[in-house]
Design a protein around this ligand. Structure first.
Ligand SMILES: [Zn+2]
Length: 380
């Protein structure tokens, strides 16, 4: 059971503990993304040192490569990738809808337009054209086979600027799929043949859709609550809609969600967005920003040692800029990460300019630590 230890006096923030089969997660929590079974450039030992309490694995990618047969043979994902903390997996739906055509456009790959029906999502692997069919049941089965600690339902996430009637259809389908996911999950996890102790049972989260429409968001939340889940995610944000609308979505949805269940904002965000969302009552986040920006030499740092998390409390350094060539101070004084403890801005500048792979590692270590320190500051 999710336990709220303390609540903010002046806002909706919560300090909590979420027990999972993979361990207890302290919330608010930021999850580094291990798309294909690895957080880019980092080992699980490094993630642990950074204070990562939960990581996110992508069902779509792991299903296609290496495939479930190999992951099962390896003894599930924790063992395969040598990470023994909690793992949350997404449903694979978002990538199945969107990745084929996007990848095909990018490179000289086979076109793969996904076909969505009430039954599921038919899509082709953009690399070899092999056909896959993702249904709510299949998504849950894959996540069970991965050994996930927090399983997400298959939802239908339309683009942020989709027409209202398309969003209506997506909400309806999301509810139907959520029901099927729950039924299948219950059958598999609670079945007599597979009795597991409560502590070994994965959690199942529902996902609220509804785009930028208040009534549809409310409808989606209500219908999911009727089905009942271990936690609730807010999906369909940061998918191409005006960035500011997500504050409204939080305002509409959060009051409808039960106090005693964890709340996960999917795919966000910038540091100031995470601060705002925690104050609104969100407990869990995932975002590619720290690792992706690190690979482009964009480094996040707090402006002050004990940041108040108000106004412009952080800044970014474009470390490839010539002004850092002779800058021998650490990225951020007072940062406890391995990079700041041992290396200078000048050294990072040099590594990036000479395309040394170590540049990506050192920058990723610092940026992820920055995001995790942000949640530590928020907890304080
Ligand atoms: Zn650092």
């Amino acid at each position: 059971m999710f336990k709220i230890l303390r609540k903010g006096k002046q806002d909706g923030s919560r300090l909590g503990l979420l027990p999972t089969a993979g361990g207890i997660i302290e919330t608010p929590v930021f999850m580094p993304i291990a798309t294909k079974g690895a957080v880019k450039n980092l080992t699980p030992e490094e993630l642990k040192t950074l204070g990562a309490g939960l990581i996110l694995g992508n069902t779509y990618h792991l299903w296609l490569r290496p495939g479930m047969e190999i992951i099962k043979k390896a003894g599930q994902l924790h063992k395969f990738m040598n990470w023994f903390g909690p793992i949350l997996t997404d449903s694979g739906g978002f990538q199945a809808f969107s990745l084929g055509p996007r990848m095909a456009k990018k490179g000289n790959l086979k076109t793969a337009e996904a076909k969505i029906s009430d039954e599921g999502v038919k899509f082709k692997d953009p690399f070899d054209g092999k056909e896959y069919f993702l249904t709510p049941e299949r998504s849950i089965q894959i996540q069970l086979d991965l050994g996930s600690d927090i399983i997400m339902v298959l939802d239908h996430c339309p683009p942020g600027m989709a027409m209202r009637k398309d969003v209506e259809g997506a909400v309806k389908r999301t509810t139907e799929w959520a029901k099927r996911c729950k039924e299948y999950f219950n059958k598999k996890v609670n079945s007599k043949s597979k009795i597991r102790s409560q502590t070994k049972k994965p959690l199942l989260f529902g996902i609220v859709q509804g785009g930028i429409h208040k009534d549809l968001r409310e409808q989606s939340a209500k219908e999911l609550l009727d089905i009942g889940f271990d936690g609730y995610a807010i999906g369909g944000v940061a998918v191409g809609e005006p960035r500011q609308t997500f504050w409204q979505v939080l305002e509409w949805v959060l009051p409808l969600l039960p106090e005693d269940k964890p709340r996960y904002l999917m795919g966000l965000g910038k540091p100031e967005e995470i601060v705002g969302a925690v104050k609104a009552g969100i407990d869990m986040f995932d975002c590619v920003i720290p690792t992706r920006e690190a690979r482009h030499g964009r480094i996040y740092k707090f402006k002050k040692r004990n940041p108040k998390l108000k106004g412009n409390f952080y800044e970014t350094l474009q470390i490839t800029n010539g002004k850092f060539a002779k800058d021998f101070q650490p990225i951020e004084k007072g940062c406890d990460c391995y990079t700041c403890q041992n290396y200078s801005r000048a050294y990072l500048y040099h590594l990036f300019r000479t395309s040394e792979p170590l540049a990506l590692r050192l920058a990723s270590i610092h940026n992820l630590r920055f995001y995790i320190r942000l949640t530590e500051e928020l907890k304080k």
